[in-house]
Design a protein around this ligand. Structure first.
Ligand code: HEM
Length: 493
């Protein structure tokens, strides 16, 4: 089991402070403010076919070389809100990194996610994560996707979740009780949570008992982290020793590892996800090939890891900031006590559900959905030629004051009767996506995160390092707290 020790988080802190990036480089704040006030000349993306009554999508390229990266990485959803208010639901970012149409607001999200005429393919994700996660479920399309999803669905039915949950609880209880440093305002929650969710995956996904196969698990986890990071590389080609190249090498290691594991686990009994994927079949008896399982496992590790880490960390932050909500959630956890946190028990932690919804509304782990048009088509009456990248932004929709009055206020009661602010539009709240590619691991992730929070609340009071403390988010990829997030764990007993 990985331990996050004091020297490790001090080193992590130093790295965060001294690694230059768009989000922390001196002067970037002033540049961002200036760029937000700049009216870049708008130009049409493409001319609609003659005789069509479709409109043209307008946009611009931003600064030379970096495009709108400064505003995007620093502002994330707030920058998109700025674009939505200024230009409406469709805006063409002619970015040098990835030219794409931003499909903003809930109507655009609905059209893209529901994908009525199968105009939008998942190939939009390929330039971002394709080489590292190819043939993962999210990168498959249409009939082929449906075929794989039907088989994988069997690995996520409630009876399977019961088996995973037992293992999740075992790892969480052990790590939180033994590994986390208390009464230390230098403790960083984000890296600690990343370690914990990797520990969970080692057991629940890959089938390694806690503490066993330490060297192998460490090597695989490292390769996995390298692969995940590679999607954010600036130099996006396989030149040694850069990030993209390291990602490709790490992918090779993961393929070898999972191929060997599949050979080991085929035909065996077990309740870890890998063994389950070796067994599952759809109603017609179709099963995954060895290669399918390798590809799906590598993608599943990625899909589950940063998302759960981000969700749990954001919830902890808001609970530390809002002690009345922390007490409310702890009361429910105290009623459950320290017995096994099975999924029936977790269902009773209703306040945690509200806190989770509000936390991922404010900091949405998967900010956007990437798609690509497979033919000439239209979106909200505008022309989109074949091959256009289109990006829907649930992370921005979650901040619309039309649905969420005082949108930046942490107010979990928005999600209760009679307010139900999230139900005013089908896509007012879509942190797990929608349509055919809606998150298959939603229930798994929710149980995992609730287990972490439940165990933490039973053991510690969560405090901010000082009363004025706030954390800022880096929106370069999945939102990450720039400072690693300081949380003080005060033992309750
Ligand atoms: C807990 C937080 C999580 C969040 C917020 C989240 C969010 C999402 C979103 C927004 C999508 C849709 C992407 C798109 O439309 O292009 C998605 C897809 C997916 N997620 Fe999650 N996810 C979470 C946890 C998990 C977990 C724990 C797993 C696995 C155990 C998982 C597995 C997947 C898979 C396989 C897909 C692709 C589904 C498909 O294409 O059919 N996710 N997730």
């Amino acid at each position: 089991m990985a331990t996050i020790s004091t020297p490790e988080y001090l080193l992590d802190k130093a790295k965060r402070r001294f690694t230059p990036s768009i989000t922390n480089f001196p002067g970037m704040g002033a540049l961002e403010r200036r760029l937000l006030q700049t009216d870049f000349p708008q130009k049409p993306m493409a001319t609609p076919p003659p005789g069509s009554d479709l409109k043209t999508i307008m946009g611009d390229a931003g600064l030379p070389v970096v495009g709108h990266m400064v505003e995007m990485f620093r502002g994330g959803p707030d920058y998109l809100l700025h674009l939505y208010r200024k230009y409406g639901p469709l805006y063409y970012a002619d970015s040098p990194a990835l030219a794409a149409v931003a499909a903003l607001g809930p109507d655009a999200a609905q059209a893209v996610y529901s994908n009525r005429n199968k105009d939008f393919s998942q190939q939009g994700w390929v330039p971002v994560i394709g080489p590292f996660f190819h043939r993962g479920l999210m990168l498959l399309d249409f009939d082929e996707h449906m075929y794989h999803r039907r088989i994988m669905q069997e690995a996520f039915v409630r009876t399977r979740l019961v088996g995973y949950q037992e293992q999740v609880d075992q790892v969480v209880t052990q790590v939180i009780a033994n590994d986390w440093v208390t009464n230390d305002s230098r403790f960083l929650m984000y890296p600690a949570m990343k370690e914990l969710t990797l520990d969970i995956a080692s057991m629940v996904f890959m089938g390694h008992e806690p503490g066993s196969d330490h060297e192998l698990v460490t090597k695989v986890n490292k390769a996995f982290t390298t692969t995940t990071r590679a999607g954010n590389a600036i130099i996006r080609t396989g030149v040694p020793p850069f990030t993209w190249w390291r990602g490709l090498k790490a992918r090779e290691l993961l393929e070898d590892y999972f191929r060997a594991r599949v050979a080991e686990r085929r035909g065996k009994e077990g309740s870890d996800l890998l063994t389950v994927l070796c067994q599952t079949e759809d109603e017609d008896g179709n099963k995954f090939s060895d290669d399918d399982i390798v590809n799906h496992m590598i993608f599943l590790m990625m899909a589950a890891h940063d998302t759960s880490t981000s969700t749990a960390t954001t919830m902890i932050y808001h609970l530390a900031k809002n002690p009345e909500w922390q007490e409310r959630c702890r009361d429910e956890s105290d009623r459950l006590g320290d017995g096994p946190a099975d999924i029936e028990s977790l269902d009773k932690l209703e306040s945690l559900d509200l806190v989770m919804n509000e936390s991922i509304r404010l900091v949405t782990p998967v900010q956007w959905a990437m798609r690509q048009t497979v033919r000439d088509t239209e979106l909200l009456g505008h022309y989109l030629p074949k091959g256009t990248n289109v990006i829907a932004y649930p992370g921005m929709n979650h901040r619309l004051e039309e649905f969420y009055p005082d949108p930046m206020k942490f107010d979990p009661l928005r999600f209760t009767e009679p307010r139900n602010e999230h139900k005013q539009h089908r896509y007012a709240f879509s942190p797990f996506g929608g349509g055919a590619h809606k998150c298959i691991g939603m229930a798994f992730g929710q149980f995992e995160v609730k287990t972490i929070l439940h165990r933490l609340l039973r053991k510690y009071r969560l405090e901010l390092p000082h009363s004025g403390y706030t954390t800022e988010w880096d929106y370069g990829g999945m939102p990450v707290p720039k400072d690693g997030m300081h949380i003080v764990l005060r033992p309750l007993r």
